[in-house]
Design a protein around this ligand. Structure first.
Ligand SMILES: [Zn+2]
Length: 225
């Protein structure tokens, strides 16, 4: 089985998406927490962003993940709700301003494939947490996977030096397994690199049926005779 500690892909410099929107809202009451669980970036807030790190919460609720932020132990930029939460299918929680470094990877954890092994990953990355128990029976919903991919596409459009999309497990394999073996990495990667066009966009490129002249049909000899 493919393991999360091996999962990474790098975004090409070309074919970057445009006009990607994510349905994000600030998690209620989250702003006062920031001074206790985020840092000023040591790199430029736009040009210095090189990586997106994919996590799963190993918990059952958004509030459970937020409680870790309130305790000042960790933080992340976005939180994708679980399928049993009412925001699922509608809203992605914004939790930390993108311009600040969230605390989602330990400072001494590195990998040669991620900006040549530079440490302090939080300062050049963005973190996405997906609410999931990481148990064999808790699968990720299609919407969770699609939203995670869309956030990455949003980042790909916005941050010109963003290259690496990597799991927490790859950066910290001794301590972490997230997002877990249930996360459909290949599907997620396909959605990031070639997100299917929404129906509206496909329709915009088509010609209304009544504007198409009737085709000249060569009837077979039996019918035309
Ligand atoms: Zn993690």
């Amino acid at each position: 089985m493919s393991l999360p500690r091996t999962w990474q892909f790098d975004l090409p410099g070309t074919n970057r998406p445009a006009n990607v929107l994510i349905p994000e809202r600030w998690y209620p009451g989250i702003q006062p927490v920031w001074p206790h669980c985020t840092s000023s970036r040591i790199y430029d807030a736009i040009n210095g962003v090189r990586a997106v790190v994919i996590h799963a919460t190993a918990g059952s609720s958004s509030e459970g993940a937020i409680s870790v932020m309130r305790a000042g132990r960790a933080s992340f930029h976005w939180l994708v709700p679980d399928e049993n939460e009412q925001q699922h299918g509608h809203v992605v929680w914004a939790c930390v301003p993108e311009a600040r470094a969230a605390w989602h990877v330990r400072n001494n954890k590195t990998h040669p494939d991620v900006w040549n092994g530079r440490n302090r990953v939080n300062h050049y990355s963005l973190g996405i947490e997906v609410v999931n128990l990481q148990t064999p029976s808790d699968t990720f919903s299609n919407w969770q996977v699609a939203m995670t991919a869309r956030i990455v596409r949003y980042c790909w459009e916005k941050y010109p030096n963003l290259r690496h999309v990597v799991t927490h497990a790859k950066l910290d394999p001794d301590r972490r397994r997230d997002p877990g073996t249930n996360f459909p990495w290949q599907t997620f990667k396909d959605l990031v690199l070639q997100e299917p066009q929404p129906l509206e966009a496909l329709m915009a490129d088509t010609v209304p049926a009544h504007d198409i002249p009737p085709a000249k049909i060569d009837l077979c000899s039996e019918c035309s005779g």
